[in-house]
Structures are given as structure tokens and as C-alpha cells.
Design a binder for this molecule. Structure first.
Ligand code: FES
Length: 96
């Protein structure tokens, strides 16, 4: 089970009533953070603001999920993506 973690300032868009919201959680535990998730968080935020204005998304940071060996980890709609390149991440975000 994922740790909900602390919501950061990256709440980008709230769901409108009755609409589903896709939640993107970027692990900001120390292992994932130093292996690139600090930059991925900024990258996702910029990408969403430029390209995903028509869907409801919530971008949050979360604490370590004890899956460090796979990391850096990002959870999109509760599916885990590990050690992604920016190109791989763009493909996932485009499919939302
Ligand atoms: S720091 Fe991300 S899973 Fe542990």
C-alpha cells in the first residue's frame, strides 16, 4: 500500500465534482530523491502545465514506499513506474 505522504505545493488541478482525478505520486524519500526524482518532479510539473490542461491531475510527493531497490519510483494512478527516463515518462503522461 502506498503511503499518502505529505502533499507538497504541487497540487496542480483539483478534480471537478463527479470527475475522476489521476494522482501522480513522486517518491521523495532520500534514495529516490538523490537518484533523480527531485528533477522528475519539476519535469512532470512543467510537462503537465504545458500539455495536460484538459484532465484532472494531482501531483504530490510521497515518502519512501520501501521499494528503494527499484527506484527512483513514480506512481501514476497507483501503478508503479521505476527508473524511468524522461522519454519513457512522457509516453506514460501522453497516454493519460
Ligand atoms: S526512497 Fe523511494 S522507495 Fe524508498
Amino acid at each position: 500500500m502506498l503511503d499518502n505522504g505529505a502533499k507538497l505545493k504541487y497540487l496542480l488541478k483539483k478534480s471537478e465534482k463527479g470527475k475522476d482525478m489521476t494522482v501522480i505520486k513522486v517518491c521523495l524519500g532520500s534514495s529516490c530523491y538523490v537518484r533523480g526524482n527531485d528533477k522528475m518532479l519539476t519535469f512532470i510539473e512543467d510537462y503537465i502545465q504545458k500539455n495536460k490542461k484538459d484532465i484532472s491531475l494531482e501531483l504530490v510527493g510521497c515518502r519512501c514506499t520501501n521499494l528503494c531497490q527499484d527506484g527512483p519510483n513514480i506512481f501514476i494512478a497507483d501503478k508503479k513506474y521505476s527508473n524511468m527516463s524522461k522519454d519513457d515518462l512522457i509516453k506514460v503522461l501522453e497516454a493519460l
